[in-house]
Write a protein that binds this ligand. Structure first.
Ligand code: PBG
Length: 331
């Protein structure tokens, strides 16, 4: 090694490296921490028994029958995770998504089964029609339009059926106007005034939902979701969406996706100070998994860095397919 002959000592009043000198020192001044109880594990519930079918584009994520879903929730709870978010994969679809509010459909059955076995686990449900319609759209299609108000009627039916099955939180993800207020009113009228609403308030029209549509079989058969989901270029509009959902009665507001929208998370949190959730979506997960499989990224570090960044931006709640792995990594 080349010798460096220097005796220079800078006269500095501040040396920021002092607080980075050891693991204990770094832990002492760490500003952002993760804990498993802020993670929500999404689960895809399908028909049948003993089914555990891996989603090709999402390694480690499965379509689960109700019995398998209960086992998965049990394992997650053992790792410190307190909540799950259920999506349904029905066997049968139609043009109005009627299985979305069938009391015997996978989601409703899973809610009851989880609540029976693990009553302390918070059960959240995704409220949308796209997994239930044969055309794959989030609402009722009339002509070539996704008709707002008739779609809201159907979403209300789905939300009420989830509440009736015992869901703690319903989470409308459709982005129709007025759905939060309509769901709140319907829940209250039926005696479910303790069922909370987490609205997918600022949900962008994102390429990063690709693998999810693979998992849920919900790719639109024609057109796209640009007339209801938000333009990725907009942030002031996100604040208007969030404001409207809060006025209509949302208890928790969500920004989705997460990593490409950290500025939106920060603005929403700073502006409203409401419980704020961020959805680290399927594409964000699959990108990491793909790079890890190629040996290009260290999974543990990339995963924790991603989730820490989402938390640092202001998310109180992180919905992530990495929930269990992350809980184990920090536990
Ligand atoms: C249903 C819904 C979607 C996601 C959550 N709820 C798909 C979509 O809007 O196309 C995406 C979740 C993910 O990508 O992980 N509308």
């Amino acid at each position: 090694m080349t010798q460096i002959h220097t005796h220079t000592t800078l006269k500095l009043t501040k040396r920021l490296r002092r607080l980075r000198t050891s693991a204990a020192m770094r832990a002492l001044v760490q500003e952002t921490r993760l804990s498993p109880d802020m993670f929500v594990l999404p689960l895809f519930v399908c028909e049948g028994e003993g089914v555990r079918r891996e989603v090709t584009s999402m390694p480690g994520v499965h379509n689960l029958s109700v019995d398998e879903a209960v086992l998965e929730v049990e394992r997650a709870k053992g790792e410190g995770i307190g909540s799950v978010l259920l999506f349904g994969i029905p066997d049968r679809k139609d043009d109005i998504g009627s299985l979305a509010y069938d009391p015997e459909a996978p989601v409703q059955s899973a809610i009851r089964a989880i609540k029976r076995t693990l009553p302390d686990v918070l059960v959240m449900t995704d409220v949308c029609l796209c997994e239930y319609t044969d055309h794959g759209h989030c609402g009722i299609v009339i002509g070539d339009e996704i008709a707002n108000d008739p779609s809201v009627d159907q979403l209300v039916r789905a939300a009420v059926s989830h509440a009736a099955a015992g869901a703690d939180i319903v989470a409308p993800s459709d982005m129709m106007d007025g759905r939060v207020g309509a769901i709140r009113q319907a829940l209250d009228e039926r005696g479910f005034n303790q069922t909370a609403i987490m609205s997918y308030a600022a949900k962008y029209c994102s390429a990063f939902y690709g693998p999810f549509r693979d998992a849920a079989g919900s790719t639109p058969q024609f057109g796209d979701r640009k007339t209801h989901q938000m333009d990725p270029a907009n942030v002031r509009e996100a604040l208007r969406e969030v404001e409207q959902d809060i006025e209509e009665g949302a208890d928790i507001v969500m920004v989705k996706p997460a990593l490409p929208y950290l500025d939106v998370i920060a603005r929403v949190k700073d502006t409203f100070g409401y419980p704020t959730a961020a959805y680290h979506v399927s594409g964000e997960y699959s990108m990491l998994k793909a790079a890890v499989r190629n040996g290009w990224l260290d999974e543990r570090r990339a995963m924790l860095e991603s989730l820490t960044a989402i938390r640092r931006a202001g998310a109180d709640i992180i919905i992530t397919y990495y929930a269990r792995e992350a809980a184990r990594a920090i536990g």
